[in-house]
Write a protein that binds this ligand. Sequence first.
Ligand code: NCD
Length: 343
Amino acid sequence: MRHLLDTRTLGRAEALRILDVAEDMRDTQSREIRKLPTLRGKTIVNLFFEDSTRTRISFEAAAKRLSADVINFSAKGSSVSKGESLQDTAQTLQAMGADAVVIRHGASGAPHTLATSGWITAGVVNAGDGTHEHPTQALLDAFTIRKRAFGHASRGRDLSGIRVTIVGDILHSRVARSNVWLLTTLGAEVTLVAPPTLVPQDVSAWPTSIRYDLDEAIAARPDAIMMLRIQLERMNAAYFPTEREYARRWGLDPARLNALPEGSIVMHPGPMNRGLEISADAADSPRSTVLEQVANGVSVRMAALYLLLAGERDDRDDQGRDDQGAADAADAPGRPAREESAR
Ligand code: NCD
């Protein structure tokens, strides 16, 4: 694997390979000494142009557990225009000998620009770009769903027959987009639920069904329900009447939690707005996998960094792509727009 930029063009075999390596990584994390020597001597730069708590820490933990050197570069607040600052920063990283760059950026497409610009030779991992994609989040979500569904028998399995319902601010969510592509590639049936104002215009081209009523979606008995954060910082207009009204119609309140079928799980990528999209009852219930998702995130990111830096380095074109995939990618939702997202 040369880069990990999106799940839209990630093939099934490649996705399963990352999940299976993540299983191996997870097994090493229950040992007394959790640090592996695998990436000793490699330098990984965390380049965060946007706020992040768990994703940045998760990548840092993953890199350190593989014995890589980690440099954290937090570029938030930089007033230089993004195009320029990205090039300058990239060239600085190149001069410092970065082997991999983990980038989070407010502009959709920034990781792709970095990977294809020729500014750096390092592998690039997208840690969230604008409203476009967040591939490692989707991989850790798929890992969590698979683990809950199949336990020890997870390795090699896809998500055929599993029903996942994603609820909330789909419009602004890179987590939703990455999950739609990855989960459907893995065979899951994905349903989106949102107020009409928070549904992207091009959603009809997505391999999902869409509902506007959360109670009906719950009655359809999902195996996993994924609640999304209302991204107020990306909203420059009123997308719903009041927060109270949103919580009443699209929030996972105690009654809806109880209506979920037995064995189904409640997911959230964090950070949660408790009382808005998810009630405290749901967030803290035994069904909630929120903390499992965080723990699995480290294993999945270890796997991604491993495959990028220690896996077949000569296998440069092996990204599960084919020409059709590349052509389709041009029509992908939230495709690289290279604009600042509204904050
Ligand atoms: C998500 C993100 O930043 O895209 N959070 C995360 O990575 N854990 C989702 C969000 O911010 O709502």
